[in-house]
Design a protein around this ligand. Structure first.
Ligand code: SF4
Length: 426
């Protein structure tokens, strides 16, 4: 396809960071996006809250630990990504910098219950969205508001700017990179077709970037099935009404498929399944070529892989691990963590997989595991989840918002389920 520059990596360096750390905003507040130079003062606190000894040991031993008849294999890329590390670090720095101020977080900083409860214990108040909107009415100009790694919508940013509070912006550089892409589509008169979850904070923030230009639109598809419906419309197999009946909640206001699906630029939420994002880009491009001719598609279709490099590396590492014989796979991360769900989806294709939200979902005493099966909205408990066959090999990975201490604790609990004291491992 013309203008297909999918090989450009979505690294933090590729992101369009605003220059300078501190800027006064129009209402007299201040805006920070590079921390406060307090890294050394919070380092030991961060280390004690989030590092894991068993994980260190796994990394030092080729990602393998064996005790008795149980072998744990850890994927080579796992857990905290650069964006999450930075966001959590800046939140700790903000608490240190403003010990006496009220500090709010616009939503969750990342999708990990352990990290979020640590921040709440530090006195940071979470303003959770209701029906997709955050209520900032209680925020005063002297307060501090931390913007999460996913970013916030342009509307929320503007509300905070008007309040004139201190903003500590931890939006990941890779998310900013997607915003730039969507903004460029909007500027050039293309509708952004976003592969993502319409309710996810990052996708809502990304879609809002289209609103910087009058008449610009977005349309969000979650998977291949939804992308196929878009193609059905493009190729006259589905009416405009039928399409909008299904997608009214995930398209920009006043979306008119006949007008707004003639020039399309594809982007993705950074944490989707990379393979699916690429396939959606190809599918829609080919559909446009079939409907309007190759030349038209070359001029009016663009696609760009905005999966972030951390997500890509974690997915690649788990695919590599899945080539080995494994009896079972444990994926650790928040149930609302998109990149964790992508890892669980990949694992479930090859091996019996348990997605747990936290280490204590694994109960060595009862031999049960609390987990959420892929595609389900409910947790369930499974007894006897660790196969009794011997020897047994368990693969482990974790989403980008899962800290090492939780991964290490989960590994310890897997050993304990086999009757092996984790303290004796190593
Ligand atoms: S998953 Fe990717 S985009 Fe999200 S915070 Fe981490 S590095 Fe940034």
């Amino acid at each position: 396809m013309a203008d297909t520059d999918a090989s450009v990596k979505n690294t933090p360096e590729a992101g369009g960071k605003p220059t300078g750390n501190m800027q006064a905003n129009a209402a007299g507040g201040t805006y920070f996006r590079k921390g406060f130079g307090l890294k050394s003062e919070i380092q030991s606190e961060l280390a004690s809250d989030y590092t894991g000894q068993l994980v260190d040991m796994l990394q030092a031993r080729e990602y393998t630990l064996t005790a008795g008849d149980l072998t744990i294999r850890l994927a080579k890329e796992f857990g905290f990504c650069y964006g999450v590390e930075r966001a959590v670090e800046y939140a700790y720095q903000a608490r240190k910098k403003f010990p006496d101020r009220t500090i709010y977080l616009a939503g969750e900083i990342i999708h990990n219950p352990h990290v979020n409860s640590k921040l709440q214990a530090m006195g940071i108040t979470f303003l959770m969205p209701k029906d997709g909107r955050i209520d900032f009415s209680g925020v005063k100009s002297k307060d501090v508001v931390i913007l999460p790694a996913f970013g916030v919508t342009i509307t929320d940013f503007e509300i905070l700017r008007q309040i004139g509070c201190v903003m500590v912006d931890t939006t990941c550089g890779s998310v900013l990179n997607v915003w730039k892409r969507v903004e460029s589509y909007a500027r050039d008169g293309f509708t952004s077709l976003i592969h993502g979850k319409y309710y996810h904070e990052e996708t809502r923030a990304t879609a809002s970037q289209a609103g910087k230009y009058d008449g610009a639109h977005y349309f969000i598809v979650r998977n291949m099935e939804e992308a196929n419906l878009v193609c059905d419309f493009i190729e006259n197999r589905l009416s405009s009404e039928a399409l909008m009946e299904r997608f009214a909640h995930s398209a920009s206001p006043n979306f008119d498929p006949a007008r707004d699906l003639r020039r399309i630029g594809v982007a993705n939420q950074t944490t989707m399944l990379a393979r699916e994002s690429l396939a959606i880009g190809e599918l829609v491009g080919q559909s446009m070529a079939r409907a309007h001719g190759g030349e038209y598609a070359r001029e009016n279709f663009r696609t760009f892989d905005t999966i972030c490099s951390a997500t890509q590396e974690r997915q690649d590492a788990v695919v590599e691990l899945l080539r080995e014989p494994l009896d079972v796979m444990v994926v650790i991360g928040g149930y609302n963590s998109s990149n964790t769900l992508s890892l669980a989806a990949l694992c479930s294709e090859s091996v019996r997989t348990f997605h747990v939200e936290d280490a204590d979902d694994i109960d060595p005493a009862s031999g049960r595991i609390r987990h959420r099966p892929l595609g389900s909205k409910e947790e369930t408990e499974s007894p006897g989840w660790l196969p009794e066959t011997t020897p047994v090999r368990v693969g482990v990975t974790a989403g980008a918002s899962t800290p090492n201490n939780k991964i290490g604790e989960a590994v310890g609990r897997i050993f304990a389920t086999r009757g092996i004291d984790p303290k004796t491992v190593g």
